[in-house]
Design a protein around this ligand. Structure first.
Ligand SMILES: *Cc1c(COP(=O)(O)O)cnc(C)c1O
Length: 366
C-alpha cells in the first residue's frame, strides 16, 4: 500500500536523533514550556522571518490564541474561505467571532481577493487567508484590501511551512500567523503542536499570556487566558525536523515536478503555481471529472489518495444555514467535487511514485 502521507517514514528517517532527544527530555525532568520550547520558538520564528514565536497546543488553538491576542472576539466578523480545514472556521467561532466565508480562486484554491473586496464591511476585524496545499494566497491584494479597510490579516500557514510569496516566507506578512505541527504537515510533531508567529511585541506578549491562564508570573493572571501549551518532547522533536525542513520541501517539489511532467498528457488538471511564489506541496492536488472512479481505481491498485475537502464548511451539519456566506461559492463547491490528493511525502521513492503514475495512466487508457 502506498499511503497519501507517511509520518512513520519521516520518524524512521530521523529515528536515532529523535529517540535521543526524547530520552534527554524525559530524564531532564521538565516537561512543559521549558528550554526546548524556548529554543524551538526562536528557531522557527527566525526561519519564518519574524521576531516572536509562541508555542501552543495545536494549529486550531494557534488561530484562536492569535485572534484573542489581537483583540478579535464577540461582535467581530472574520473573513476566510469555505474551502479549508474545518479548523480555520472552528477557531474563529471558538474566539467568539463570526466567520464570513468567501470563494476561492479556482487556479490556486486560495482566497479570491475580488470576492474579499465585496464582503469587507466596517464589522470586518480580521481576514484569514489560508495558504492551502502549500501555496501562498494572493497576499499583496489581500494586504492592500485589509489596509484600506483597517482589518488585520492573520495567515493560516498550517499547510505551508517554508513557502514563499515574492521572496517572503509565509508567516511574515500578516499581523500574526499560525502554524500546525500535526504529524502529516510539512513540519510535523509526533503528536499535537502549533505556533503563533508575529513581528509585533505587544501581540506576542498577549499571546504568551493567553496560552497559559493569562499568567504574567506564576499564579498571577493579568488577563483571562486558557491553557494551550507546546510540550517539551514535541518541541525537541520539532527542532530536529526543522533542520531538514527545506531539504524535505525540496524533495516534495521534486516529486511534484515529476507528477507535473509524467501526468501532463492525461485529462487531469494539474496544480498551478502562482507566479513569483514557492509552493511547498503539502499536498499534490489534481482535478478530475471522474474523481470518485479514479480514487476507487487507485485503491484497487493499493494506492492511497484523499479528498481535501469533500464537504465545504457551509455544507457541514455543524455550520449549514447559520454562517454568513458569500452568495456564490461556486468554485468552492466545484473543488469539493473534483479535487484529489495524490501520494506525496519526502520519503516517497520515485519507483513508488512511478507505480502511482502508471495506475493513473492505466485508468485513462480504458
Ligand atoms: C491542519 C490545519 C489546521 C489545524 O491544525 P490542528 O493542529 O489540526 O489543530 C488549521 N488550518 C489548516 C488549513 C490546516 O490544514
Amino acid at each position: 500500500m502506498i499511503p497519501c502521507a507517511n509520518p512513520l517514514a519521516q520518524y524512521e528517517s530521523h529515528q536515532e536523533a529523535i529517540n535521543a532527544a526524547v530520552a534527554r527530555v524525559m530524564s531532564g525532568g521538565w516537561y512543559i514550556l521549558g528550554e526546548e520550547t524556548r529554543q524551538f520558538e526562536q528557531e522557527f520564528s527566525h526561519f519564518c522571518g519574524t521576531a516572536h514565536g509562541i508555542g501552543v497546543g495545536n494549529g486550531t488553538e494557534a488561530l484562536q490564541v492569535a485572534l484573542a491576542a489581537l483583540g478579535v472576539g464577540r461582535g467581530d466578523e472574520v473573513i476566510t474561505v469555505a474551502h479549508t480545514a474545518v479548523a480555520t472556521v472552528a477557531a474563529i467561532e471558538a474566539a467568539g467571532a463570526t466567520p464570513v466565508l468567501v470563494d476561492i480562486e479556482p487556479e490556486y484554491f486560495t482566497l479570491d481577493p475580488t470576492r474579499l473586496a465585496q464582503r469587507i464591511t466596517s464589522r470586518t476585524r480580521a481576514i484569514i487567508p489560508v495558504h492551502l496545499y502549500g501555496q501562498p494566497a494572493d497576499m499583496n491584494a489581500i494586504l492592500a484590501l485589509a489596509e484600506q479597510s483597517g482589518a488585520m490579516v492573520i495567515e493560516d500557514c498550517a499547510q505551508a511551512h517554508g513557502a514563499r510569496y515574492r521572496g517572503r516566507r509565509v508567516g511574515s506578512m500578516g499581523a500574526a500567523a499560525c502554524f500546525s505541527f500535526y504529524p502529516t504537515k510539512n513540519l510535523g510533531a509526533l503528536g499535537d503542536g502549533g505556533m503563533v508567529v508575529t513581528g509585533n511585541q505587544t501581540t506576542a506578549k498577549q499571546a504568551r499570556l493567553i496560552r497559559e491562564y493569562g499568567w504574567e508570573e506564576r499564579y498571577v493572571s493579568r488577563i483571562p487566558g486558557w491553557n494551550s501549551r507546546l510540550d517539551e518532547i514535541q518541541a525537541a522533536i520539532l527542532r530536529i525536523k526543522l533542520q531538514t525542513l527545506e531539504q524535505d520541501n525540496g524533495r516534495r517539489q521534486a516529486l511534484a515536478h515529476r507528477y507535473d511532467t509524467l501526468l501532463q498528457d492525461t485529462p487531469l488538471k494539474l496544480p498551478t503555481c502562482r507566479a513569483e511564489c514557492e509552493h511547498v506541496y503539502h499536498l499534490y492536488v489534481v482535478r478530475a471529472e471522474e474523481r470518485d472512479a479514479l480514487q476507487t481505481h487507485l485503491k484497487r491498485h493499493e494506492i492511497g489518495s484523499l479528498v481535501h475537502y469533500p464537504t465545504p464548511i457551509h455544507r457541514q451539519p455543524a455550520y449549514e444555514g447559520r454562517l454568513a456566506i458569500d452568495a456564490d461559492l461556486a468554485e468552492t463547491e466545484k473543488a469539493a467535487r473534483d479535487v484529489l490528493s495524490l501520494p506525496l511525502y519526502p520519503e516517497l521513492g520515485f519507483d513508488e511514485q512511478d507505480r502511482v503514475i502508471e495506475a493513473i495512466l492505466d485508468f485513462y487508457r480504458k
